[in-house]
Design a binder for this molecule. Structure first.
Ligand code: C2E
Ligand code: MG
Ligand code: MG
Ligand code: MG
Length: 283
């Protein structure tokens, strides 16, 4: 009887496993198709300072696929990251962001506007020619280099510390900045952090959600804000959804924000009209 149960469990296990593998294969195939069929788009989520001015935006990938496109990139990007597919997606994101930055540069940008941030994956970072790919792409699109910035997660940077330092140093020399994404989730030591030439620490959304009601989150955010001061990095809070969270962050000394309370990710034309409204003082 016990043996039978084990066998059944074993079969269950195998079925789940192959379901998962099949799902991954289906995603990967669909993503490959998606790249050739132009199904991917970049949306932009504006970032704000404490005066309500737009200081930039984060590019977030969106997928116009009837089934998979409903999912957040946090579902399919990790699948792409298991193969070299992420390199093609990453290059597409870089190119599209540069095209969009070029469009933005043709407009009268608010003086507070600084840059568009793109998310970078591990495989891209350790690509041997990543640095020259970025510089080449920027050049070929004829954009102002400082208008592009990279977002790398804390754990990604720490796991590839030497590569990261060299890359960020070289990019910094070209006026391309870096933000440390999802900060606070990666347990990095000060020794490592102080070596990373980044401009911005992005407080992970998990510490921002309900911060006004959580002493623990307040303690963590306070620590990140003083870390930012110490390391000479700006601190931006991710995922601000309520005015109570915003007020709390302001009180703690965090002056840059991104989140649904301000605006959602949107297509480029909408970002452009948002910037126009700002310029004409409408909102
Ligand atoms: P991330 O880089 O930390 O991006 C922030 C995520 O939080 C985005 O989810 C954004 O839509 C969401 N968000 C922003 N404000 C709020 C808020 O107030 N409340 C809530 N609940 N969520 C908010 P999204 O677009 O689903 O992206 C998820 C993750 O997928 C990103 O996390 C990033 O790690 C990855 N990703 C997105 N686009 C790209 C890309 O082009 N390349 C790579 N490699 N990864 C990407
Ligand atoms: Mg990000
Ligand atoms: Mg983040
Ligand atoms: Mg994230």
């Amino acid at each position: 009887e016990a043996k039978k149960a084990n066998t059944l469990q074993g079969m269950q296990y195998h079925t789940d496993m192959s379901d998962k593998i099949n799902k991954r294969l289906a995603y990967s195939d669909a993503m490959k198709q998606g790249l050739t069929n132009n199904e991917f788009k970049l949306y932009y989520q504006a970032q704000y300072n404490h005066n309500g001015d737009i200081i930039g935006a984060e590019a977030l990938i969106r997928w116009a696929h009837p089934i998979f496109g409903m999912e957040s990139p946090s579902i399919y990007i990790p699948i792409a990251e298991e193969t070299d597919l992420i390199l093609d997606i990453g290059q597409w994101v870089l190119e599209q962001a540069c095209r969009d930055i070029y469009q933005l540069e043709q407009k009268h940008l608010p003086t507070t506007f600084r840059n568009i941030a793109i998310n970078i994956s591990a495989k891209q970072l350790i690509q041997h020619d990543f640095q020259s790919l970025i510089l080449k792409t920027i050049k070929s699109h004829n954009i102002i280099p400082s208008h592009l910035t990279l977002e790398l997660t804390e754990s990604l940077l720490i796991e590839n510390i030497d590569t990261s330092i060299e890359l960020l140093r070289n990019l910094k020399a070209e006026n391309i900045g870096c933000a440390i994404d999802d900060f606070g989730t990666g347990y990095s030591s000060l020794t490592y952090l102080q070596r990373i030439p980044a401009n911005v620490l992005k407080i992970d959304r998990s510490f921002v959600t309900n911060i006004d009601q959580s002493n623990e989150s307040i303690a963590i955010a306070t620590m990140i804000i003083s870390l930012g001061k110490m390391l000479n990095m700006e601190v931006l809070a991710e995922g601000v959804e309520t005015s109570a969270e915003l007020e709390c962050l302001k009180t703690l000394g965090c002056y840059h924000y991104q989140g649904f309370y301000f605006s959602k990710p949107m297509p480029l034309p909408e970002l452009m009209s948002l910037l126009d409204d700002k310029n004409s003082g409408k909102s």
